[in-house]
Design a protein around this ligand. Structure first.
Ligand code: PEP
Ligand code: MN
Length: 338
């Protein structure tokens, strides 16, 4: 249920509604829009009646939210959520580009890639230090050393860093270094992890599971929001289908569907969606044309030597070409890149 307050109500009116609802054992979440405040109510609603809430000063309407996700829905928060990372605003008119290697492999590797993507206009730097690998014998990431290297790359370039967290136990150490916490596709329904990042002060990039529906993605976002973290971005990274030519199938439909259902920014990952570097440009342009707020792209200066995902990694020069094309598509959909 959501409680829609009248325009220009006082802070006391809002607090009184929250106190009333919370005194009945329910939880409230505030959505403070430019025009009005909406109070999201979650919990067992049998204890309260619409009529009693409507009698409180400043209340305009009480509305049920029929979808299973409440805080993630546009009903609760009609305006787009803007996620702020340093001075960068994600979900605004400007398209956000996150770029970097799949894994942090060494200082030399990350510094070379970070310098190139910065020069070509990336806004955030990605790189995995704790890697979810299908095989236990594959490179698992440099761990804390990788986080140190990421932090050094941030100092050198000024680019905030996005890195994956795979378990609640790892969170405290990753929080010391990261600017954005990535939840990987394989962990989209790791509820202990979702609750833990829900209590974090850092923004979260939540990737769609390769076999998850859009609604399941939104329910996972709901976990993070319900635990107090409103800074959540959703990432479409391709789903598993019968097609084998590509690694996954980019569900381009998910972009406009998500933009309609939720206020959270939507990021497209063309690298994992296609698995092939030569398809990354087209998938990126399609994502932005479809209304995505940003891209997360794997870039490697020596893809043939990469310790993970080399086949889908762009060389810096190709990434630069993509950035140029991107600004033209962005302006066609009334967005900017820089
Ligand atoms: C990654 O970003 O390198 C990654 C492992 O992505 P996903 O979780 O989408 O497979
Ligand atoms: Mn990868």
């Amino acid at each position: 249920m959501i409680v829609i307050m009248k325009m220009n109500v006082t802070a006391d009116d809002i607090a009184a509604v929250q106190t009333y609802i919370e005194s009945h054992g329910l939880q409230t979440h505030l959505s403070t829009g430019q025009e009005r405040t909406i109070i999201g109510v979650v919990g067992d609603k049998t204890a309260i009646t619409d009529g009693n809430i409507l009698r409180l000063p400043g209340v305009e309407r009480v509305m049920p939210v029929s979808r299973p996700f409440k805080l993630a829905s546009r009903d609760f928060h009609p305006e787009n959520t803007i996620v702020t990372v340093g001075e960068h605003r994600i979900g605004d008119d400007q398209i956000t580009v996150i770029a970097g290697p799949c894994s942090v492999e060494s200082r030399e590797q990350l510094f070379a890639i970070a310098a190139s993507v910065k020069e070509m206009g990336a806004h955030l730097l990605r790189g995995g230090a704790f890697k979810p690998r299908t095989s236990p014998y594959s490179f698992q990431g440099l761990g804390e050393e990788g986080l140190h290297i990421l932090a050094e790359a941030r100092d050198r370039t000024g680019l905030p860093i996005v890195t994956e967290v795979m378990s609640p136990e790892e969170l405290p150490i990753i929080e010391k270094y990261a600017d954005v916490l990535q939840i990987g596709a394989r962990n989209m329904q790791n509820y202990a992890l979702l609750k833990a990042v829900g209590r974090s002060h850092l923004p979260v990039l939540l990737k769609r599971g390769m076999m998850s529906t859009i609604e399941e993605l939104l329910m996972s976002a709901e976990y993070i929001l319900a635990h107090g973290n409103s800074q959540v971005m959703l990432c479409e990274r391709g789903i598993r289908t019968f097609e084998t030519y590509t690694r996954n199938t980019l569900d381009i439909n998910a972009v406009p569907v998500l933009k309609e259902l939720t206020h959270l920014p939507v990021i497209v990952d063309p690298s994992h969606a296609t698995g092939k570097w030569n398809l990354v440009k087209s998938a990126s342009l399609a994502g932005i044309a479809a209304g995505a707020d940003g891209l997360i792209i794997e870039v490697h200066h020596q893809p043939e030597l990469a310790m993970s995902d080399g086949a889908q990694s762009l060389k810096p020069r190709r990434f630069g070409e993509l950035m140029e094309r991107l600004s033209r598509i962005a302006s066609a959909v009334d967005r900017t890149v820089q």
